[in-house]
Design a protein around this ligand. Structure first.
Ligand SMILES: Cc1cc2nc3c(=O)[nH]c(=O)nc-3n(C[C@H](O)[C@H](O)[C@H](O)COP(=O)(O)OP(=O)(O)OC[C@H]3O[C@@H](n4cnc5c(N)ncnc54)[C@H](O)[C@@H]3O)c2cc1C
Length: 428
């Protein structure tokens, strides 16, 4: 969508093929009971962004939906038993804007806070200078920076695992440090959390995507293959029809590449994936008035209040231990744990529940993977790549996906002899 939007802006005529009946891919929403009129629309999973997601926010602005993202300055943390903590910006200039509330967080002892502050100073010094950050894991980096177990479990884990969808012992340090550098040490507003106030699907509109230009969206239209000959794509095939164009952008998920574009040699088996599990719970009464909270020391990592405190969306990133469990077991575990943080949810009746296990939610950002992510330009002269798994400069996120689309659009423009820049640099 980002590639299409940028190319339409540059005057190209774009045809977008989407295999599903709706736009949005992994960041989409659908009716809870398909086919039922008036059925409740839910997000595939809660998607959040940070104020430092400049390209994503600019993309929303161009679609006219920026006001549908609600930003929060407060990050809530809950301990088992329900004691709340709030991280929020104070009066000090960056990079000290979070320091006041950080010092007051009750769930961390003062020694751990000192160590965390020292490590953050290390991020400030090392980012952009140290060359081996893609070769060591986040946990190795934290140990190198002498972080106590409590700081790892109660601070670094909750902050980083959901941001990069991988455990600290598996994720490359480069991704963790990037998030910390941009979100916590960047502009004072960069850490603010944006939550869509409408179902994700309402953010995408084909007419808005075209702007004043031309984008034709073809839903239920999978591209089955690209015909490659003489180093060029000759046509793309969808639903038995051939489609010819001057330039082709593939924004396929990495696991579809082998099947649709075998010429590029991207093998699914060479990539590891990390799952995310979303648990939707509807109660018969309000169980919280908090908008969201990170839940410490348990399996469930976050809850998001989807409105009136009765419908909560629970999220577990890098959720390998839940993948093997059945729906009932997951709901049972979620209810049991949630009641430790929100006692009212233990007394309330569960009206309904829905579990979404995304086994291949994102590629796993393990050490070494960064070098394997391909750039937008390929060896096929009129074919360009986009998608959160390509070399976007960001982990697999909506910002990463939009960046990749914009980079692909820039590469198409270059091939067409047009000089255009779409990518907004990170706000450092
Ligand atoms: C459960 C979950 C929670 C997440 N939470 C967050 C979050 O909080 N914040 C965040 O920033 N990111 C989050 N992400 C990651 C984010 O959703 C992805 O990084 C982003 O949506 C990837 O976009 P993409 O365009 O690269 O790929 P996709 O969204 O996968 O889009 C690829 C599209 O290609 C279509 N397609 C597939 N095959 C074909 C074909 N042959 N022909 C035509 N079309 C085809 C698919 O239907 C899909 O629409 C989450 C992901 C998941 C799964």
């Amino acid at each position: 969508m980002a590639a299409a939007q940028s190319l339409a802006e540059a005057g190209f005529r774009v045809t977008l093929f989407e295999s599903r009946p709706f736009l949005g891919g992994r960041a989409s929403s659908y009716p809870l009971r398909e086919g039922e009129e008036g059925a409740e629309v839910i997000d595939n999973c809660q998607h959040i962004l940070l104020r430092c997601c400049s390209n994503l926010l600019d993309f929303y602005r161009k679609l006219g939906v920026e006001d549908k993202i609600r930003f929060y300055r407060e990050f809530y943390f809950l301990e088992p038993g329900g004691r709340p903590s709030v991280l929020s910006r104070g009066r000090l200039p960056r990079p000290f804007h979070l320091l006041g509330s950080f010092c007051r967080l009750p769930f961390l002892p003062p020694e751990a806070k000192v160590k965390i502050a020292e490590a953050l100073a290390g991020v400030w010094k090392e980012w952009g200078k140290r060359k081996d950050l893609d070769r060591l894991t986040m946990l190795e980096w934290l140990r190198e920076n002498r972080q106590p177990e409590e700081a790892i479990r109660r601070f670094w884990g909750p902050v980083l695992v959901s941001a990069i969808n991988e455990n600290l012992e598996d994720a490359a340090a480069v991704h963790g440090l990037q998030v910390l550098r941009l979100a916590f040490l960047g502009r004072a507003s960069a850490y603010e959390m944006g939550v869509p106030s409408v179902p994700l699907g309402e953010l995408y509109d084909p007419v808005a995507l075209a702007g004043g230009g031309e984008v034709e969206v073809k839903l239920r239209s999978p591209v089955e293959r690209f015909a490659v000959a003489d180093g060029k794509v000759q046509w793309a095939e969808s639903r038995g029809e051939r489609w010819e164009a001057d330039y082709y952008v593939s924004a396929l998920p990495v696991e579809r590449m082998e099947q649709v574009l075998p010429e590029l040699g991207v093998r699914t088996l060479d990539w590891d994936f990390s799952p995310i599990t979303g648990i939707h719970l509807w109660f018969d009464r309000e169980v919280t008035d908090l908008p969201h909270a990170a839940l410490l020391d348990r399996t469930i990592q976050w809850f998001f209040n989807k409105g009136d405190g009765r419908y909560l969306m629970l999220v577990v990133s890098a959720s390998r231990e839940l993948v093997e469990l059945g729906r009932e077991e997951i709901v049972e575990l979620a209810r049991r744990e949630l009641a430790e943080f929100l006692p009212e949810s233990g007394r309330a009746e569960l009206v309904k529940a829905h579990v979404v296990k995304e086994v291949r939610a994102t590629f796993s950002p393990v050490p070494g993977v960064e070098a394997r992510r391909p750039a937008a330009k390929t060896e096929i002269s009129n074919l360009f790549l986009a998608g959160d798994w390509t070399r976007s400069g960001w982990p697999a996120t909506m910002e990463g996906a939009v960046r990749s689309g914009r980079l692909a659009a820039e590469a198409v423009c270059e091939a067409a002899g047009v000089s255009r820049r779409f990518l907004i640099p990170d706000p450092i």
